[in-house]
Design a binder for this molecule. Structure first.
Ligand code: NAD
Length: 357
């Protein structure tokens, strides 16, 4: 029996996670041994339990085989102290479970080529994987502060990595590239940052373990440009926490909508937290119009990476593709004149396709 902890979170989180749970329930009907539990994370956890990552959630997360997350955050928490903010709950659970490897595929579905902000010929067939280091770098480095010194206001953070942190993310990226086209591009800022010089050095060292993978290096500013200029040149990109945060959102737009992209965050034991890459979208929360496909595709990644259910993972991905081919569209991916589905209707369209693939 695999235990899945479901954390719906805030904003559109509950609406989109409901659709993903429909898919998991269907898999149970098909004979998969899945046990679902729910808990709070983020703003809802702060409201109900006084902490964005409460003890109850921590315990259930430690016992789970995989975690499904909607999203956290919202403007109502803007004035809450930083350590109690919803986003801190997310950083805490990632850190607590040591989810150091963030895998973000950017795949362009043929039926959505026109939804991309780039010309269809530049993006048609795009299939890119960004591997982002998730529990180190500038988001966690010490010292960090916003303070008054010498009568002036200062703000600072520290971008720091040790060689072990770089080596383990390198192994994840090389292993992923070896299973794909065998091309890995490591993104850094080695022309300016010492931390990037070490990053590059370790990437070169790990390369010797993966003779079939071709390694290249690119500065992050150029990588941002190349992603927009000719994104299909990339197979797998590996980069640090900050650079990965920015590049993966740029890659998201190449595929048409942030509502289409899943992600996996894994630790060394393959425990993973799976979530759409977008946030809680407070501007559309409660309206029933959010695209649930990124969350449903996150379920597919969960089946593949944490539960070793590859056949079922493909079934979910195939069902999403079929639903899109049949014309299922939420507002964010619809062209003018196309019929628009609600979040719930899109979930049902994928569920129907699941039953036929
Ligand atoms: P966002 O990703 O929530 O929204 C950006 C834009 O994309 C909005 O216009 C939104 O309506 C749209 N959008 C997002 N998901 C969509 C979906 N599934 N379907 C259709 N449209 C969608 O980013 P934001 O507005 O910068 O942040 C909102 C809140 O989410 C903030 O509190 C932020 O801190 C939080 N956040 C959380 C996560 C997470 O939980 N992993 C990630 C990013 C941001």
């Amino acid at each position: 029996m695999s235990k899945i902890l479901v954390l719906a979170g805030d904003g559109i989180g509950p609406e989109i996670v409901r659709q993903a749970v429909k898919i998991l329930d269907q898999l149970k009907l098909q004979g998969c041994h899945l046990e679902l539990e729910t808990a709070n994370l983020g703003g809802v956890a702060y409201d109900q339990e006084g902490s964005p990552f409460p003890e109850t959630t921590r315990k259930l997360a430690e016992q789970a085989d995989a975690i499904l997350l909607g999203a956290v955050g919202g403007p109502q928490y803007d004035d809450v102290e930083r350590h109690l903010r919803p986003e801190q709950g997310l950083l805490d659970i990632r850190g607590h479970l040591n989810l150091f490897a963030n895998l973000r595929p950017a795949l362009l579905y043929e039926d959505l080529a026109e939804a991309s902000s780039l010309k269809p010929e530049l993006v048609a067939g795009l299939d890119l994987l960004i591997v982002r280091e998730l529990v180190g770098g500038i988001y966690f480095g010490q010292p960090r502060a916003k303070e008054i010194k010498d009568g002036r206001r200062w703000g600072y953070n520290t971008m720091v990595y040790n060689e072990d942190e770089i080596r383990r993310i390198a192994h994840v990226a090389f292993a992923a590239a070896a299973k794909r086209e065998g091309r890995l591009c490591s993104v850094d800022k080695a022309n300016v940052l010492e931390v990037s010089l070490l990053w590059r050095e370790i990437m070169e060292e790990v390369k010797t373990d993966y003779p079939t993978v071709e390694l290249s290096h690119m500065y992050v500013d150029n990588a941002a440009m190349q992603l927009i200029r000719a994104p299909k040149q990339f197979d797998v990109m590996v980069t640090s926490n900050l650079f990965g945060d920015i590049l993966s959102d740029a890659a998201a737009m190449l595929t048409g909508s942030i509502g289409m992209l899943p992600s996996a965050s894994l630790n060394e034991d393959n425990l993973g937290m799976y979530e759409p890459i977008h946030g809680s979208a407070p501007d559309i929360a409660g309206k029933g119009i959010a695209n649930p496909l990124a969350t449903i595709l996150s379920v597919a990644m969960m089946l593949r990476y944490s539960l070793s259910l590859e056949v079922e993972a493909k079934q979910v991905e195939e069902a999403v593709m079929q639903a899109l081919t049949a014309g299922a569209r939420t507002a964010d991916i619809a062209k003018a004149g196309e019929t628009i589905m609600s979040t719930d209707e899109m979930g049902d369209a994928v569920l129907r396709a699941m039953r036929t693939v």
